[in-house]
Design a protein around this ligand. Structure first.
Ligand code: 2RA
Length: 342
């Protein structure tokens, strides 16, 4: 016996990946519904590569009563309207927007890091999925924190345009083509030219000069991993279609050699260590696309502090950073609470 599952926002980058991953991981499903705004009503999407076509229903008119869980990838505005409605009808919402992430009554979950926190989900019947850049970073930090107690993290991100949705991907493609043929590279989605460029700005600016994306990395890491860890982030958009990269500098209370860190990371859940210390012996974003793992490379000791490490972390932002993590939360919810599947 399986679950009755809803995917909300099935036409977007993340919604499509949610369907693909539910199918790939053979999530136990008795019935699946896909919902989106009225604009997409009646369109069809494929359930992963199964050949099964699903017709999109209008979320406004969808009655969630009797459905077990809903994976939401519809943005904060629509989530504000529909998540409480689904949750009140008994359909547990796993939400990819930022709306509920810092709500004390909503668990913010990365299953490799804080699975036990899901036990508080019933307060609102909503579970939050973290921001993509946080998700992969905390997977990499968790085993190091367990071994040597991380005190401070300095992270610089190299985030792909797919994090900004299909419009971001379209802009990188069309600008690159236009530049080759001598046409205009006028930015629309991003604030500056993204093709053959990098932009040190993701999400809106806050009063202290940081961006909201940078703030999310700070507060979400504290909520998921440890409120005592200090984090400072610089988030940068790069001309890569899929796959976020991060250069992470870590300070720890206790000593941990690079060799011991490599050993620990090699065994850690969700991590694939590719660290050969030779030409090409590391992972780049194009190699992580479509993969489930968070890749870690270039682990080395930081000689400028007493107990420090530096590493490179790459992951498919549409997967571990969004859809995969949401499906892993659904699996965890099934294992710990909604135990109806065989
Ligand atoms: C980005 N973090 O990459 C966002 C997506 N959630 O823009």
């Amino acid at each position: 016996m399986g679950y009755r599952v809803v995917v909300a926002g099935a036409t977007g980058n993340v919604g499509r990946e949610m369907l693909a991953i539910l199918a790939e991981r053979e999530f136990p499903i008795d019935e699946i519904a896909v919902v989106a705004s009225s604009r997409s009503q009646g369109n069809q999407v494929e359930f992963g590569d199964t050949g099964k076509m699903l017709t999109i229903k209008n979320i406004e008119h969808f009655d969630p009563t009797g459905w077990d869980m809903a994976l939401f990838a519809i943005g904060s505005e629509a989530t504000k309207i529909h998540a409480p409605r689904f949750a009140a009808a008994g359909c547990t919402v796993i939400d990819n927007s930022s709306l509920y992430r810092m709500d004390p009554d909503v668990p913010l979950i990365v299953p490799e890091v804080n699975p036990e926190a899901i036990d508080g989900y019933a307060k609102k019947n909503i579970i939050a999925n973290p921001n993509c850049s946080t998700a992969q970073m905390v997977v990499a930090l968790k085993p190091i924190h367990d071994a040597a107690k991380i005190t401070r993290v300095v992270v610089s991100t190299y985030q792909s345009v797919s994090g900004a949705g299909k419009a971001g991907m379209d802009e990188l493609f069309s600008q690159s083509r236009n530049i080759f043929v001598g046409d205009s590279a006028e930015p629309h989605k991003f604030t500056k030219q993204i093709a053959f460029n990098v932009i040190p700005h993701i999400d809106s600016f806050l009063d202290d000069g940081f961006t909201k994306e940078e703030w999310k990395m700070v507060v979400e890491t504290k909520k998921i991993l440890d409120p005592k860890i200090k984090v400072v982030a610089t988030c940068v958009r790069v001309p890569v279609f899929v796959g976020h990269s991060e250069a992470i500098t870590i300070e720890m209370e206790n000593e941990l050699s690079a060799t011991d860190a490599q050993k620990i990371l090699r065994e850690a859940p969700g991590i694939m260590l590719i660290d050969k210390r030779e030409d090409g012996g590391y992972i780049t974003p194009v190699e992580c696309v479509g993969d489930f793992a968070t890749f870690v490379s270039r682990v080395r000791e930081d000689p400028t502090v007493e107990n420090g490490l530096v590493l490179w972390c790459v992951s498919d932002n549409l997967r571990k950073g969004a859809a995969l993590n949401a499906v892993q939360i659904a699996e965890l919810l099934g294992r710990r609470h909604l135990k109806k599947a065989a």
